[in-house]
Design a binder for this molecule. Structure first.
Ligand code: 13P
Length: 215
């Protein structure tokens, strides 16, 4: 696969933003998306409606915190930068206030192994990072801890983070986690779902590594 140019990345971020709102994964400007680029990342600007974004509106943020662009970066620039710095395998970060993920996040309910697809986020559960004020270092720390050994987590009273080697994969995962959250929410309405056992999840983990969006 050929390397994406900077312009490709800027356009891909905008396309993904438009798609996450069109598909109901997010609404308004409450999400933000980044792609690794050089010694930093390309990131959505703060609070600009996605339909108005042009490639030049996407902000470059160096790992050292320097900003290049005509707008301020997303208020969540810290966790985008810190995740990409701490997880060298990650190429993109998607944050959305996905409705069912947010319901579970408000109720501080991690997603247990109620479905084998929980394993696509890297383990036998999807954790909730403890609440911290949006945009803070504390939120970034909490998110990184909840992402340990995982590629997705919920943020208490807030939403969802999904990461991937590529933006396509991060978006794919964000949709999968939202589907799991919807399924879990439905199960909770009926009672207490049985969970897959650790042995059953180990078996899934062994089989599923490498499964995922093919780009
Ligand atoms: P931005 O518009 O600054 O990206 O903020 C949206 C948000 O929801 C922060 O969590």
């Amino acid at each position: 696969m050929t390397e994406m140019t900077e312009q490709d990345k800027r356009r891909a971020i905008i396309d993904a933003c438009l798609s996450m709102n069109r598909t109901g994964l997010n609404s308004g400007t409450s999400g933000n998306i980044s792609i690794r680029h050089g010694d930093g990342l390309l990131l959505t600007p703060t609070a600009i409606p996605y339909e108005r974004l042009t490639p030049e509106d996407i902000v470059f943020l160096g790992m050292d915190g320097r900003v290049e662009g005509r707008h301020n970066p997303s208020s969540e620039w810290r966790f985008h930068r810190d995740i990409l710095a701490a997880r060298p395998e990650a190429g993109a970060v998607v944050h959305a206030h996905a409705p069912f993920c947010t319901v579970l996040a408000i109720m501080n309910r991690p997603i247990p192994p109620i479905h084998y697809m929980v394993a696509v986020a890297g383990g036998s559960d999807i954790r909730v990072a403890p609440y911290a004020l949006y945009g803070t270092e504390e939120l970034s720390r909490n998110a990184l801890a909840a992402l340990e050994g995982r590629t997705a987590c919920l943020l208490e009273h807030h939403g969802l983070i999904a990461i991937g080697t590529t933006l396509d994969k991060a978006m794919w995962l964000a949709h999968e986690v939202e589907a799991l959250a919807r399924q879990y929410h439905g199960c909770l309405a009926l009672g207490t779902p049985r969970e897959l056992s650790p042995a059953q999840m180990d078996e899934v983990m062994a089989k599923i590594s490498g499964y995922g969006h093919q780009g």
